[in-house]
Design a protein around this ligand. Sequence first.
Ligand SMILES: [Zn+2]
Length: 114
Amino acid sequence: MSTKYHSRKCNCRCGHIHDSKKEAQRCNELQLLQRAGEISELEIQQKITLLPCRKYENMPNEREIVYIADFVYKQGKTTIIEDTKGFKTKDYIIKRKLLKDKYCRGGDVIFREV
Ligand SMILES: [Zn+2]
């Protein structure tokens, strides 16, 4: 199985539990890049709010929408949000669009699929 959707949990060299072998391998690469000083502030499985929870009069409240980024790191002054998903669900595509609209329009934050 090559897609994240069908694949098993997998550990990287740092002992994180990743959702796929591809994601664990990418984590190993990013750890090396960070040690080499190419990137910094590497975070894994970071929760990013796309839409906060909303309370309404006379209507049910709505829970927040969050996107869990596989990796977030800095490359120079640019923040990179990175996703390694092989299989792109409809939910994922909508979240990607919301994320890019909310965070990536200034040019200092870049979303990348690897
Ligand atoms: Zn890892």
